[in-house]
Design a binder for this molecule. Structure first.
Ligand SMILES: [Zn+2]
Length: 422
C-alpha cells in the first residue's frame, strides 16, 4: 500500500499542470449554450491521462420522460457530457467511484463591476480570478491532477473510476441526468464543487418558476385607462417573500443552523417595452429552495397558492396572473454522515487539508442529488476554497485545488484500492 507522503508529494508535483488546465478552462466562457469549447478542453485533458474520452449526449425526449427531469424550453440537442473510464487492474476487486464536475458557468454580468475581465483568468499570488474559477473549474482540474499523479506513480485502481465533465448543472442537472440515463453508476461519487474543504452531505432542492402578469397597455398620457403589469408585480413579490418567511419559520435539522436556509431569489424581471406606454406584461423569474424532506410538487402548490392569494390585493385584482415553470424542479437529498464513503472522504480530507473537515448541509443544490436519487450512487460534494461564486471577482485559492487533488488521491487509495499498473 502506497503511503500518504508519497501520494501527497506526487499530487503536489501536478500543481503546474493543474493550474495550466484551470487557466485554459476559465478562458473558455462556458455559459449556457456555449459549453462546447470547455468540453473540448476536458476531452483533451482526459486523453492526456491516457484514457479514452466518451461523449454522453443529452437526448431531449429521454430527459423529459425521466421523473427527475426539470422542464426546459431551450434546445439541448447536440450538447455533450465528456466522460472517461480509468479501468481497474485485474482482478477488479475494489469499489467503484465517479468523480464529477460541471463545465457550465453562470453569466458574469454586469461585467463592468469586475476589476478584471471575467474570462481573463488573472492570477494574483495564490488566487486565480475568473467566472467559473471556483464554480467549478478548479474542481475539474483537481480531478485530472489526482488521476495524473497516481498514474505517474505507476498505479491503477482496483475498482472502476469514471471521470465526468457535465453540462447544465446550473439550470437543470440534465447533464448529470443524461449520465444516469446512460447507466453510469458507482459505489460512490465525489463532486468537486467549491466546498472549501468541507464535505457536503445534504442539500436543498430548488424550484425555478416565473410569474407572468398581463395588464392593459395604454398611452402614458391617459395612464389610468391602462393597467400596469410591472406595478402589479410588486404585491406578488411581497406575497412570495411571505411564503419564504413561512418556509424559514421552523427549519428541520440540520438546516436549523442557518438563520434563513430557504432563500427566494428574484433573479430576472422583464416588463413593459416603452417609456410612454403603460406596461402590458411583466415576467418575473424566481428561484426558491426546499428542504430535503419536502417535494418539489408540494412547493409548486404553495407558490401557486401564494400567487393566488396576492390577487386579493386590489392592486392585482384586475390582472391575468400565471405561474410558469422552466428550469430547476429538483428535490433535495441527504447522505448519512456515517455512510462508508463519507467516513473515508473525511479521513482523506483531514490528511490533505491538515484539519478535520466540516460536514455541511448546503443551502444550494448540486448534481449530487441527481447521482444519488436517480443513479443510485451515494454522492458527496468536496472541493477547493473559492470566494464570490456567482458574484463579482470570483476567485479560487490555488493551494486548495492541490489539497483537493491530494485528498482525492488518498480517497481513491482508501475507497477503490490501488495496485501497480499492469
Ligand atoms: Zn457548481
Amino acid at each position: 500500500m502506497v503511503d500518504d507522503a508519497t501520494l501527497l508529494a506526487a499530487v503536489a508535483e501536478q500543481r503546474a499542470d493543474m493550474e495550466r488546465l484551470l487557466v485554459e478552462l476559465v478562458e473558455a466562457p462556458t455559459v449556457l449554450g456555449s459549453e462546447a469549447p470547455g468540453q473540448a478542453i476536458m476531452r483533451r485533458a482526459f486523453a492526456g491521462l491516457g484514457l479514452e474520452p466518451v461523449d454522453v449526449a443529452l437526448d431531449p425526449q429521454a430527459l423529459r420522460d425521466h421523473p427527475g427531469a426539470s422542464p426546459f424550453s431551450w434546445d439541448v440537442s447536440g450538447k455533450q457530457n465528456v466522460t472517461a473510464v480509468w479501468p481497474p487492474a485485474e482482478p477488479a476487486d475494489g469499489r467503484s467511484l465517479i468523480l464529477n464536475g460541471h463545465i457550465d458557468v453562470v453569466s458574469p454580468e454586469p461585467a463592468v463591476l469586475w476589476s478584471r475581465g471575467p474570462f481573463a483568468a488573472t492570477r494574483d499570488g495564490d488566487w486565480l480570478y475568473g467566472r467559473g474559477a471556483g464554480d467549478m473549474k478548479a474542481g475539474l482540474a483537481a480531478i485530472v491532477g489526482a488521476v495524473g499523479a497516481l498514474q505517474r506513480l505507476g498505479l491503477a485502481p482496483r475498482g472502476r473510476i469514471e471521470l465526468q465533465s457535465v453540462v447544465e448543472e446550473e439550470c437543470t442537472g440534465h447533464g448529470a441526468l443524461a449520465c444516469v440515463l446512460a447507466g453510469r453508476r458507482a459505489d460512490a461519487a465525489v463532486i468537486t464543487e467549491p466546498t472549501g474543504g468541507a464535505v457536503w452531505t445534504s442539500q436543498v432542492g430548488v424550484l425555478w418558476f416565473q410569474v407572468r402578469v398581463l395588464g392593459r397597455p395604454a398611452h402614458a398620457g391617459e395612464a389610468r385607462a391602462g393597467e400596469n403589469a410591472i406595478e402589479a408585480t410588486f404585491p406578488v413579490v411581497r406575497a412570495l417573500r411571505a411564503l419564504e418567511a413561512e418556509l424559514n419559520a421552523h427549519p428541520p435539522p440540520p438546516y436549523d443552523a442557518y438563520p434563513n436556509p430557504i432563500n427566494l431569489n428574484v433573479g430576472i424581471i422583464r416588463g413593459g417595452d416603452w417609456a410612454s406606454t403603460v406596461a402590458g406584461e411583466c415576467v418575473t423569474h424566481c428561484r426558491l429552495a426546499l428542504y430535503p424532506d419536502d417535494h418539489v410538487g408540494n412547493l409548486r402548490r404553495r407558490v401557486e397558492a401564494a400567487v393566488a392569494a396576492a390577487r386579493a390585493d386590489p392592486a392585482v385584482a384586475g390582472f391575468d396572473v400565471e405561474v410558469r415553470y422552466d428550469g430547476f424542479a429538483r428535490d433535495g437529498y441527504s447522505i448519512a454522515a456515517d455512510a462508508p464513503p463519507v467516513g473515508a472522504l473525511r479521513v482523506a480530507a483531514e490528511r490533505a487539508f491538515g484539519v478535520a473537515p466540516a460536514v455541511v448541509a448546503s443551502t444550494a443544490t448540486t448534481d449530487a442529488s441527481i447521482l444519488q436519487l436517480y443513479g443510485g450512487t451515494p454522492a458527496m460534494c468536496f472541493g477547493p476554497y473559492a470566494e464570490s461564486i456567482h458574484g463579482v471577482d470570483e476567485r479560487v485559492h490555488l493551494p486548495s485545488m492541490v489539497q483537493t487533488a491530494q485528498a482525492l488521491a488518498l480517497f481513491i487509495r482508501d475507497w477503490c484500492g490501488l495496485k501497480p499498473a499492469a
